[in-house]
Ligand binder design. Structure first.
Ligand code: PMP
Length: 283
């Protein structure tokens, strides 16, 4: 049996009822988060929950629970589902009301839902690297919000998959922004480059951990956007996210990096990242 989060309760999956007039369903009017669980323990939950509240605020939605309450619910859910290594997904929508673009009145309450998934770390990708492909970034201009509106990302990821690639590297004109569901980095002559955390990217929690790891291993970081040509000329390329962690990219549209093998800096970042992962309560 598996359990879900539904507003301020943990219930059996089948007990969750979603209204067809929910604004998440009709408009993608809501925000979400994904938190990694290692051996039963949530990783960087504080940062994810903080970003959840910031995303909600940016779309002018008030989450009707305290952060403490939400942390408590997420821990209960992970505990109840006995998650070993995987993730917890949660989202909040502006609630259900007769379809109208304009915000509903105060009588309509936001709807919080969540669930967990057992999902092993993609260790083969860490070892061998993955392929990526360039896709034009046609998303909106508020990519800093972790919005439920993911059509731009969905179309880009589908295109990547159809080309046999793990990820789509998005670009606005010549400027590389981020991945369809990840952040992108290049390493050249011992410097790590990644797009600055502005409205064109989601400031990944993993990105923030990687920037810390880079400082710890003596790898200077420049939060500067790369052009497509600059990215193709990098010594090493990396994709990161909550589930991808530090994944090397060894090929982009036929350009091979490091002879098709993860580079030394990438390896060092992976090792440093591993030191941060919780040992967990079920190790
Ligand atoms: N950018 C986008 C567009 C994403 O969807 C994600 C993952 N949700 C990320 C970056 C990486 O964020 P995080 O490291 O917090 O998972």
């Amino acid at each position: 049996m598996s359990y879900s989060l539904w507003n301020d309760q943990i219930v059996k999956d089948e007990e969750v009822v979603v209204n067809k007039e929910d604004r998440g369903y009709q408009f993608g009017d809501g925000v979400y988060e994904v938190v990694k669980v290692y051996n039963g323990e949530l990783f960087t939950a504080e940062e994810h929950v903080d970003r959840f509240y910031v995303s909600a605020e940016k779309i002018r939605m008030t989450i009707p629970y305290t952060k403490d309450k939400l942390h408590q619910l997420l821990h209960q859910l992970v505990e109840k589902n006995k998650v070993e290594t995987g993730h917890v997904y949660f989202q909040i929508t502006r609630g259900a009301g007769a379809r109208n673009h304009v915000f509903p009145g105060d009588e309509v309450k936001p709807v919080l839902t969540g669930n967990t998934k057992e999902n092993p770390r993609p260790v083969a990708n860490f070892e061998n690297g993955v392929k990526a492909t360039f896709v034009e970034d046609v998303r909106w201009l508020r990519c800093d919000i972790k919005s439920l509106n993911l059509l731009g990302a969905v179309l880009a990821k589908q295109e990547a998959q159809e080309k046999g690639c793990y990820e789509a590297i998005l670009h606005r004109g010549e400027t590389v922004t981020e991945g369809s569901s990840s952040n992108i980095y290049g390493i050249k002559d011992g410097v790590l480059y990644t797009h600055p955390a502005d409205n064109f990217i989601l400031n990944g929690i993993t990105r923030q951990v990687i920037i810390k790891c880079a400082a710890e291993i003596g790898l200077p970081v420049k939060e500067e956007a790369m052009t497509k040509a600059q990215l193709l000329a990098m010594d090493e390329v990396i994709v990161s996210s909550t589930t991808s962690e530090v994944t090397p990219i060894v090929e982009v549209d036929g350009t091979v990096f490091g002879g098709g093998k993860p580079g030394d800096w990438t390896r060092k970042l992976q090792v440093q990242f591993d030191t941060k992962i919780p040992k967990g309560i079920r190790a």
